[in-house]
Design a protein around this ligand. Structure first.
Ligand code: ARG
Length: 458
């Protein structure tokens, strides 16, 4: 059944119907559509636009539809163009003429703008819960690994020693920012478009603030044209999701490297790994690879949405129907990736000895050897050159700086004394770094305590 058949003299071409319809995907927000309609009729009755009996009958009908869809007795089929038409048609079938009043003072343009906002709002809350859980997982790893030494990298070359707590702490910061971005998006979008009509408001005495408060919005939107044309919050959400995916993808890349035969920094739990159909020895990090791979889908949704919106004149245009599939897919993809990654991280084992050995073997203490010289009055640039020679010697002899005999040190610079070994030990290298944000235990303990407090506020 069509909501708009009156002025047409012919049936639409079947291909046009198929092309135009959105019910195959906008059925995802049947719940939000019904919730919005219940708020709308409650307001219509309060304003005396419909009677209380009509309101009760409509709300009963809508609740019945909701229950029946939920329990599978009412199947959403493709006989209607979209979920709005489906609900209205079913309401009229159930309660008769009163159902025909549901759409008073409303257009599908403000209706769909509302439904999408309600849906996105709910999904933001779910995403926030998943991110909080992930932050807790990272926090637990941090607490347990404040003295687990590992190489820190630049250019994927070993650079300076850090700790696993410090490395994890970097991701804690990223996901903390992601969480705050989601809440910014939520706060900015949290105004109700319902009552904006097709684009120019309505002539009925609607109480838009009342509808907004029934639906837990901060207020009503200010401009009826903007209300039906605004999809900024979807772009913001997709951008938030893209950043989350980018962070998960970088993390996945590291997990894949750490899991490689060469690194062996971690062991993935069997429950989060997969095998090969031909090579019996394989245990692959497919989950991390898939998270990395799915990042492209979410970026794609962001670019699609921006591109769809860029040429649309005010106010509503049908192009906007294209906001849904990509957004739904991006949300579902990001939610799946966050929870899978979280589970993988929580179950993985860190091979602490391999991490420490790797840090020791990569000259990650070379900067500290140079700092030792500087502390003994050698200008930094000269110290840099001297340590470069030490490193060359060690490469030739296939040893670490820690294993180079003192007389060899002294041949290169007489400034070195026995205390060089302590100065370049991994423990010293890390523990001396205690400026804000550095890996030293004192600095890390403060960060971990602050994170603990932050997590309690969530
Ligand atoms: N299915 C449409 C959408 O998703 C609903 C709004 C239709 N409005 C209209 N004037 N055709 O955008």
């Amino acid at each position: 059944m069509k909501l708009w058949g009156g002025r047409f003299t012919k049936e639409t071409n079947q291909l046009v119907d198929n092309f135009n319809a959105s019910i195959s995907f906008d059925q995802k927000f049947y719940r939000e559509d019904i919730t919005g309609s219940i708020a709308h009729v409650t307001m219509l009755a309060k304003q005396g636009i419909i009677t209380d009996e009509e309101k009760v009958s409509i709300i009963d009908g809508l609740n019945g539809i909701l229950t029946d869809i939920d329990n599978g007795t009412l199947i959403i089929d493709d006989s209607n163009e979209d979920i709005h038409s489906f609900v209205e048609a079913n309401l009229i079938k159930r309660i008769g003429d009163a159902g025909k009043k549901l759409h008073t003072g409303r257009s599908r343009n403000d209706q769909v703008a509302l439904d999408m906002k309600l849906y996105v709002r709910g999904e933001i809350s779910e995403l926030e819960e998943l991110l909080k859980h992930l932050l807790n997982t990272i926090h637990n790893i941090m607490k347990e690994n404040i003295d687990t030494y590992m190489p820190g990298f630049t250019h994927l070359q070993k650079a300076q020693p850090v700790t696993l707590a410090h490395h994890m702490g970097a991701y804690f910061e990223m996901f903390k920012r992601d969480l705050s971005r989601l809440s910014d998006t939520f706060n900015r979008m949290n105004y109700c478009p319902l009552g904006s009509g097709a684009l120019a408001g309505t002539t009925y005495p609607l109480d838009r603030e009342y509808t907004a408060s029934l639906l837990n919005f901060r207020g009503a939107t200010n401009n009826s044209m903007d209300s039906v044309a605004d999809r900024d919050y979807i772009v913001e959400l997709l951008s938030d999701l893209s950043l989350i995916m980018m962070h998960l993808s970088r993390f996945s890349e590291e997990v894949i490297i750490w899991n490689s035969n060469e690194y062996q920094f971690i062991d993935m739990d069997d429950s989060y790994s997969t095998g090969s159909s031909i090579m019996p020895q394989k245990k692959n990090p497919d989950i991390a690879e898939l998270v990395r791979g799915k990042t492209g889908r979410v970026y794609g949704a962001l670019i699609s949405m921006l591109t769809t919106l860029k040429g649309i004149p005010l106010a509503y245009n049908k192009d906007m129907q294209e906001d849904k599939e990509f957004t739904f897919d991006a949300i579902d993809t990001a939610k799946g990736c966050i929870s899978l990654f979280d589970g993988m991280l929580a179950t993985m084992k860190f091979n602490k000895d391999n991490m420490a050995a790797s840090a020791k073997n990569g000259f990650t203490n070379a900067t500290d050897a140079a700092d030792y010289l500087v502390n003994h009055g050698v200008p930094f640039r000269d110290a840099h050159g001297i340590v470069g020679q030490l490193v060359l010697y060690c490469i030739d002899h296939n040893i670490a700086l820690d294993d180079m005999p003192l007389d060899e040190y002294k041949k290169i610079s007489p400034v070195f004394e026995e205390d060089i070994y302590d100065a370049i030990s991994m423990k010293t290298c890390v523990e001396k770094r205690n400026t804000i944000g550095a890996p030293g235990m004192e600095a890390m303990s403060k960060v971990i305590a602050a994170n603990e407090t932050y997590l309690k506020t969530l």
